[in-house]
Write a protein that binds this ligand. Sequence first.
Ligand SMILES: O=C(O)CCC(=O)C(=O)O
Ligand SMILES: [Fe+2]
Length: 357
Amino acid sequence: MSRSSESTVPTVGTVTVSYSELKESNIDLSGKIEQGFGPNGLGILSVKDVPGYSALRQNLLGLAPRLAGLPEEVKRELEDEHSRYNFGWSHGKEKLESGKLDMLKGSFYANPLQDVPTTNSFEIQRYPWYCGSNIWPRNSLPELEGAFKALGNLMFEVGLMVAYHCDQYVSKGKKQPEKQNLEKILLGSRCHKGRLLYYFPAQDSTTHDNDSISSWCGWHTDHGSLTGLTRAIFSRNSVEVACPDSGAGLYIQTRSGQIVKVVYGEDEIAYQIGETTAVLSRGSLCATPHCVRAPQGEEARGLERSTFALFMQPDWDQKLTFPKEVTSHEDVSLSDNVLTFGEYTEKLLNIYYDTKP
Ligand SMILES: O=C(O)CCC(=O)C(=O)O
Ligand SMILES: [Fe+2]
């Protein structure tokens, strides 16, 4: 996907639901779900007033610059080539839209719910990107494990509540409730993945393709079911600062094709729809194309960005039947039509990574 920058891109706030409403299974939130995720929605919805969230976000995001600043040889020990860098530290391994390796950000991947999702050696060989074990910097940054798991678990619990209300919305007007509902699929999965992201500061204004909206993170749709996102923290030498450029941050392409900059409160958790939900809901819930724009100008010098994404995903064995009308990655051949989530992920990894295990 390539979209050039436009000076008239509007800034839009997310549809917001409060935690106290969300946790009530008897409240009908289908109007809010439709507003956020339905055919005319932005494809993002945020949850406010989640008890304990703000401190857990601050704790984890504050560790991202420290992790990225560890000596190269220490970070190398946290890499896992066999999982195609889907556990532990990953920098410069994934390809950007342009086909070049992504040197702009470093990521740390782990399953916040299970350190060892399976001991079955066949599964570990078949799907190492999900079935491998977590790698924690227990000597070099011992605080990371607890902070990552605490935030990941909370965002998962809240995400399950969002999924419950998505199911209610999708099954509205249908005689039979969906057999494979989103909440159940996510509850039974061993495949959830947290990603702590650290965007390195631009050394000079020519490092980034500054004119492009996708200058920090290219246009994509997440391939899982539901992605939880923190609001990012900008910092300089690890000290939090307000972002000097209001144009920097998350952009979304809406269902009608419009590009908007999306904003939500620092104490809100945002959720976006991934491709698998679009497939399983037969398009009632649409996946959300998004990207991140880097700050521009002199003041952007030295500015770093830290954030956390929780990819809530089906189990690796979950069968997905790709209907013709649901668009997915244009560059993946889905001629088989039925793939497990693990197989679908493998096809995407073949596109975004050069190395094979
Ligand atoms: O950095 C962000 O805000 C979004 C990151 C993202 O889209 C992803 O990791 O899939
Ligand atoms: Fe994403």
